[in-house]
Design a protein around this ligand. Sequence first.
Ligand code: SF4
Length: 290
Amino acid sequence: MEIIAIYTEKNSDSNYDQLIPLCKYLYSELDSFSFAYDFVVPIGNASQTGSYIDAKQATQILDEYYIFSKEHSLVSKKTFNLKPSHYNIYENMKAQTPLKTSYNYPMISGCHIGWTSICILHNGDVLPCRRLPVVLGNLKHDSFEDIFLGSELLRKFRRFFTYQEKCGTCEYGIACRGCPAISYARTDDCFSSFELCTHSSLTEYKPDIQIPEIDCSNEEEMEYFKSSMKSFVALNHYKIFSLFPEIANQAKKIISTTKSQGSYIQTTDEFNKLTFDEAYCLGNLFAARR
Ligand code: SF4
């Protein structure tokens, strides 16, 4: 049996230094331990909290957490985890391991806004993310496909180089992209530089792929989306299939094959025959189990 302790607090600049002591306390007190932490998104009541941590303070949290987890994860079965997707980037930088992929994809992991996540409210309103209060359309009047493929905002998210300053030109952009919801809440601009980024030395991103113009047809957008999903699934399937055999079975139901699921997805053109719904479901399946 596993007990997961989740503790949520405002990580404002008045209490951010309590987070790692709390982590250490829970670690010492609990037999089973899994620690998860995420940045607060200052929307709703949280917008009243006033001051938020900056990149220096965020880096301090990650530095302390990184050292503590590395010291203890080898001698314990307890789980160390952090939610912000750019923590993976931080770990890569610390370990000085380059991203294990070429840059020929618009997205391989990181924030899934515009790709495999979306938010539908009880009244039919569709938002890009549960943390980003911008209404894209309403399912009482618009089809999901039209909203997802036709929304200019979602199209911009799928062309991440439109992000200003850091993320748009960052070598880790295809695996990170910060948190557009935090950027929006703090600056009114989803594509502004992510203020909590811990990556200081950037090299320029140069996509080798053909990325359609923003005002293309929905059909062209769908082809772009499907080819991106194909690379996303292909790059992630090995760990997913080995960790979650049931995912392999579900993928197998979506794509019937006599070959091994992994190499099949990676090498075949069958993926291009998937409908929009199937490609979207498959991407979600992988994103949810990352
Ligand atoms: S610049 Fe953006 S994409 Fe690059 S590491 Fe920072 S938050 Fe992530």
